[in-house]
Design a protein around this ligand. Structure first.
Ligand code: F6R
Length: 245
């Protein structure tokens, strides 16, 4: 595990974008595993800047996203497909036919999970997987549990997640209750993992996942076993582990 210390969110974003940019420059036809949520937004903005300045070419890049809500189509403004288009894909020269994300509209969960695992396997895993970290240590939608789940799976969202999402929907009933997520096996298959984390509210998860035992109760802790794992964290996220660095 490699830890890159950053000052703040903008610094995390610049440092992470530099690593992803180097990956794309060294292997223009690479496979990038991508995440949604607030953590990678700044990283995507930095990548867009690098594209606009002529330093990056995404024309041969393929992507595999971590997760998608079940029941939301790609045009719904809360879907992760929509998030990826508005935060990255629409602003760079990527071929969106090369961008993979679980299909939240497929009611056949088993079929959709098998299809997505076959996509990941066809690439032999991502060359670089970008991750955020949940305050409870989740990666993708792999929540704390009694065992690590290997393959893409359908997860029931926690009430806390549903409540937090409710503000984006007309009613609580409209909020998705399930998601499809890449499993721990899919994440661990990627050749490099880059996790971006910032803020005090993630400090406990950083301590539990990267400075504690490897356990499915802290899903991100599995990354301690990855042979090429880089954590880019700001001072606030590292505030509980300063003595251990
Ligand atoms: C996103 C994802 C989640 C988030 C995590 C952190 O695709 O799979 O694991 O990375 O919930 O979310 P933020 O960055 O919004 O704090």
């Amino acid at each position: 595990m490699r830890i890159i210390r950053a000052k703040d969110y903008n610094d995390v974003s610049r440092k992470a974008a530099n690593i992803i940019a180097a990956q794309v420059q060294l292997k223009p036809d690479c496979v990038l595993g991508l995440a949604t949520g607030s953590s990678p937004v700044g990283t995507y903005q930095e990548l867009i800047k690098k594209y606009e300045s002529g330093d990056l070419d995404f024309s041969k890049v393929h992507t595999v996203n971590l997760d998608e809500y079940v029941g939301l189509d790609a045009d719904h403004d809360q879907s992760y497909a929509y998030f990826m288009r508005t935060n990255l894909f629409d602003h760079v020269n990527i071929d969106q036919a090369n961008c993979n994300i679980p299909n939240g509209m497929n009611p056949d969960a088993e079929g959709e999970c098998a299809r997505y695992d076959a996509v990941i396997a066809s690439f032999g895993g991502a060359d670089l997987q970008l991750l955020g970290l949940g305050p409870n240590g989740h990666i993708g939608f792999n929540e704390p549990a009694d065992a690590f789940v290997k393959g893409t799976n359908k997860v029931e969202l926690t009430k806390a997640t549903i409540d937090a999402n409710a503000r984006f929907f007309e009613s609580w009933d409209d909020v998705p209750k399930f998601a499809y997520t890449m499993g721990i096996g899919g994440i661990m298959q990627s050749k490099r993992v880059l996790l971006v984390v910032n803020g005090e509210k993630k400090a406990q998860a950083v301590k539990d996942c990267f400075f504690g035992p490897i356990t499915p109760k802290a899903p991100g802790s599995i990354l301690q076993l990855h042979p090429d794992f880089t954590l880019v964290a700001d001072e606030a996220a590292l505030s509980l582990v300063q003595d251990l660095l």
